[in-house]
Design a protein around this ligand. Structure first.
Ligand code: ATP
Ligand code: MG
Length: 380
């Protein structure tokens, strides 16, 4: 038994945010007999809203009225998040009403800021790219003067996703010019890492039980991720391609240990996804965290005994973990923008899980769905 209370099937679980991650959490929750209430920008007409028991939209400026929050909090036993940029103040208002939010406002405060999460990783001895804070104009960047001493990337500290809020600066390029494009919001300047590959690890964690009967955490990965234009294109697990050597136990263990160390130090209750670069020497370098289900973990739906979404529900409700065993190999490919019009080609493929999120407009760069090709060891 966990030292926190079990939330039993039949309860309503709250979700903040209403995109595809919320949709897949809601579906996993339904399998375990829970209902979900979704609060997000789209309300009923959103990927999560389509499958929710209750769904309402917050105001277009993101404000949630006291009445709406009261209604949501009366329904739910626990609140989960599907988008890490949920305002911390909203999470605090829910916590103040006595409803647990998993992960808590303390975790979100760190995970929402690229400077804070890099400082944390560095303080725990996890290698990070060289970086510095770019915040105060006169002090940190002499207007128009300072140039980079190596190829770099300027990233907004907050609110970035899918490569948005990032500008590459070549060696000798102007920091000020890039910063102007990012409207002088607080940023970090980091070296461009010449990596061999990118990987991610997903940790599901609940604070340890007094009797230590249930393990504190389960760990998935590392998965190999390939990005195009800053957006995840493909994830593979296990890795059998040219990069397989970079997934040898030593490297894989370094990534798993780093992710677990971060999860424990954040004292997270829920999921923590951690992205890494791996250089030619097999060194694992921290990139960023996401305290929620992660795009690279979608293949756990088809390939493992318990998906990342179900594991998140189990964590939030203080249930025992499901088995994280992988019974199949898999390759997940995102369906981005107009590519969604080819959905029938995927629907015809054998051994392919097709997931369409039900988003209206196929805007360029928008994640519209994904497919997971999966095979068992016997097929190889
Ligand atoms: P997402 O939320 O989709 O994971 P993001 O917008 O939060 O992405 P990052 O993960 O920081 O941003 O960057 C997106 C991608 O850009 C990385 O996965 C990597 O391919 C590339 N990238 C980011 N930072 C660096 C770096 N310092 N050196 C080399 N490539 C980088
Ligand atoms: Mg990323």
């Amino acid at each position: 038994m966990r030292n926190t209370q079990i939330i039993r099937p039949g309860a309503v679980l709250g979700i903040l945010g209403d995109g595809q991650l919320g949709q897949m959490i809601a579906i996993a929750a339904a399998y375990l007999g829970y209902k979900v209430a979704v609060l997000g920008p789209g309300g009923r007409d959103s990927p999560a809203g389509h499958v929710a028991y209750w769904a309402k939209a917050w105001r277009p400026d993101g404000v949630v009225s006291e009445e709406l929050l009261d209604e949501f909090c009366r329904l739910v036993s626990v609140v989960m998040i599907e988008w890490e940029n949920i305002p911390v103040s909203l999470v605090e208002r829910i916590e103040a009403r006595g409803i647990p939010v998993r992960p808590s406002s303390n975790v979100l405060r760190i995970a929402q800021d690229r400077l804070f999460e890099k400082e944390l990783a560095e303080s725990l001895g996890i290698p990070v790219p060289t970086y510095r804070n770019i915040e105060v104009r006169t002090q940190d960047v002499g207007p128009g003067r300072e140039t980079t001493d190596r190829a770099s990337i300027l990233k907004t500290r907050r609110d970035g996703y899918d490569g948005k809020g990032q500008i590459r600066i070549p060696r000798g390029g102007s920091i000020e010019d890039a910063w102007r494009h990012l409207k002088y919001v607080p940023c970090i300047l980091e070296e461009a890492v010449f990596f061999e590959c990118e990987m991610s690890v997903i940790v599901a964690r609940s604070p340890p039980t007094a009797d230590l009967i249930i393990p504190e955490a389960v760990v998935y990965g590392p998965f190999e991720n390939v990005h195009e234009n800053g957006i995840l294109r493909q994830t593979e697990y296990p890795v059998t391609n040219d990069h397989a050597a970079l997934f040898f136990p030593g490297v894989a263990e370094a990534a798993r240990n780093a992710a677990l160390t971060l999860a424990m130090n954040l004292d997270i209750h829920g999921l923590l996804a951690v992205e890494f670069f791996v250089d030619g020497n097999g060194q694992v370098i921290f990139n960023e965290t996401a305290p929620r289900p992660h795009n690279s973990g979608h293949l756990t739906i088809e390939c493992s005994d318990t998906s990342q979404f179900e594991q998140y529900v189990r964590a939030a409700c203080n249930l025992p973990w499901g088995s994280e065993h992988f019974h199949s190999s898999g390759r997940m490919i995102n369906i981005i923008g107009e590519e969604v019009s080819e959905w029938m080609d995927h629907a015809r493929q054998p051994r392919t899980g097709l997931h369409l999120y039900g988003k209206g407009e196929a805007k360029s760069g928008r994640k519209m769905g994904h497919v997971t090709h999966h095979w068992t060891y016997d097929d190889e």
